[in-house]
Design a protein around this ligand. Structure first.
Ligand SMILES: [Fe+2]
Ligand SMILES: [Fe+2]
Length: 185
């Protein structure tokens, strides 16, 4: 029930974001749903708490979806918003803290303090591999890149891969190398 309630809250914010965005960007369809899927696969593989991981994945970019603050501090603002949303429901304190921790530390696996935080941080990156057209869309529109910026695009994919945990790097190396081969070789 909690998962359904949080999903409804996030989808509601997503609709508002979509309507307010000039380009009608659909955060859920293009990013968040992929993070949810990948974080659950990692939770299964790495033995993490699936409920915490799923809820945290839904909430991880909530500050961006709510147009609060900037990209640079979206994890900090997101943790506050996640805390507020979770406080509306009867979530036990320790569970709430662990979900909020995943939102706060999702920027890269090096910030993860437990296995749930690692699953969300790594899934955030693997979700990019699931929707490569979105990477190009964002680079060429929001990032104002041109076709001359191939090196920057390559760097972006490399930085993503470097931010993965050592375990996920091993796990996703063949897929990452395939992607780089197809896109840039
Ligand atoms: Fe994020
Ligand atoms: Fe994200």
């Amino acid at each position: 029930m909690l998962i359904k309630n949080i999903k409804d809250e996030v989808l509601d914010l997503n609709e508002k974001y979509k309507k307010s965005a000039e380009d009608g960007y659909d955060f859920w369809e293009n990013h968040v749903k992929h993070v949810v899927k990948e974080s659950l696969l990692l939770a299964e593989k790495y033995g993490a708490d699936k409920e915490i991981v799923e809820i945290a994945a839904m909430l991880h970019d909530i500050a961006l979806m709510s147009n609060v603050g900037t990209k640079a501090d979206h994890n900090v603002n997101g943790a506050k918003i996640a805390e507020e949303i979770l406080s509306k429901y009867n979530v036990e304190k320790s569970k709430k803290e662990r979900i909020v921790g995943c939102v706060l530390h999702h920027r890269a696996s090096k910030y993860a303090e437990n296995i749930e935080e690692l699953c969300v941080a790594d899934a955030d990156i693997i979700a990019h591999f699931d929707n490569i057209p979105m990477i190009f869309f964002k680079s060429f529109t929001w990032g104002k890149m041109t076709l001359n910026d191939k090196d920057k695009l390559i760097q972006g994919f490399q930085n993503d891969y470097e931010d993965l945990s050592e375990r996920s790097k091993k796990e996703f190396k063949p897929r990452y190398e395939n992607i780089m081969q197809v896109l840039f070789k």
